[in-house]
Design a protein around this ligand. Structure first.
Ligand code: CP
Length: 341
């Protein structure tokens, strides 16, 4: 992998100062070889991610700053665990309790954290492009842990790793001949953008499925197909990745996870309609190909985008995705962070 250039993966020319940068800001635009290199490193670290193996000194003495200005369970804890598995230490800042509440900008927050002498910053923010802003503001490696609707690159990598493992493609990560349906609130989803980039770059056919308000035809410019009829694709795919309906990104305060079933979501006619046409129910699972897997990045709205029994079924690899997230984040640290001399 060429690491003399920034692995930004976002549109537009990188800033001149980024010639020697080591960031992971997105998967869009990343070369297949770079994606495969992250995945191969993660594959080799799977035993260490669960506590076996000898990588505890790899980043000994390094300090990773987790800057999570938006809530997280999986991503935040798995970045922390990945750092510890490699012998690094972590410091944490969340939105609640930080001086962001007093009006400090993201750029100033990041520069102050860097001034304390950290070796990398992991950032999650509601602002699309926020991770790139941080990378332009500091000299240490920056890893995007999810920025608004833009990208969630480590999630995209762990999704591919999990899928490739289930399909026996861990040797080369060549995914041609395979198909994945990504279903639900695509338009709000940074997970979908990163997944579309990674899966299509590795040769997988990706079909984005949802009502037109959540899966508009214009998404095809990302390299995927777009389909509004979920039932028509069930027999065609090797995996289904359901997405959470992201009420908080719809800009409609009247809706939320506790909204009544017939309430408008702002992006579909009603939750009842979404359940009827786009939820992964037990009845729809019966129409999937044998061996098709069920994925979800979490957190799940159980009983909405998928049935409880589907989430917990033998075809579900949802908890394996979480497990592989630790290996992926270890691989990203191994690739981008240099331990202090
Ligand atoms: N998948 C994901 O990003 O989950 P968290 O929001 O819990 O980190």
């Amino acid at each position: 992998m060429t690491m003399t250039m920034a692995t930004t993966g976002h549109a537009g020319a990188p800033p001149a100062s980024s010639a020697l940068r080591r960031d992971l800001l997105g998967l869009q635009g990343l070369h297949a070889d770079d994606i495969r290199a992250y995945l191969a490193t993660a594959r080799d670290l799977i035993p260490s991610a669960s506590g076996k193996g000898m990588h505890r000194d790899a980043l000994g003495g390094a300090i990773i700053a987790n800057l999570f200005l938006e809530d997280s369970t999986r991503t935040r804890l798995s970045f922390t665990l990945a750092a510890k598995r490699l012998g690094a230490d972590t410091i944490d800042l969340t939105g609640a309790g930080s001086s962001a509440s007093k009006g400090e900008t993201l750029r100033d927050t990041a520069r102050n954290i860097e001034a304390m002498g950290v070796d990398a910053i992991v950032v999650r923010t509601k602002a699309s492009g926020g991770a790139a802003l941080v990378a332009e503001s500091v000299g240490c490696p920056v890893i995007n842990a999810g920025d608004g609707r833009h990208e969630h690159p480590t999630q995209g990598l762990l999704d591919v790793l999990t899928f490739a493992e289930a399909k026996g493609r861990l040797d080369t990560f060549e995914l041609s001949g395979l198909s994945l349906a990504i279903v639900g609130d695509i338009i709000s989803s940074r997970v979908a953008r990163s997944a579309i980039a990674a899966f299509t770059t590795l040769g997988c056919r990706v079909i984005c499925v949802g009502p037109p308000t959540m899966a508009p035809k214009g998404l095809a410019c990302l390299g995927c197909e777009v389909e509004n009829d979920f039932d028509s694709v069930l027999r065609e795919v090797d995996g289904v990745m359901m997405l959470r309906i992201q009420f908080e990104r719809h800009g409609d305060a009247t809706t939320g996870p506790t909204a009544p079933a017939a309430a408008p979501t702002g992006r579909t006619g009603s939750l009842r309609e979404f359940r009827a046409f786009h939820a992964l129910t037990q009845a729809r699972v019966k129409l999937l190909r044998p061996g098709a897997i069920i994925m979800h990045p979490g957190p799940m709205n159980r009983g909405l985008e998928l049935d409880h029994a589907v989430a917990d079924s033998g075809a579900s690899v949802i908890l394996r995705q979480v497990s592989r997230g630790v290996a992926v984040r270890m691989a990203v640290f191994r690739t981008l962070v240099r331990p202090p001399q």
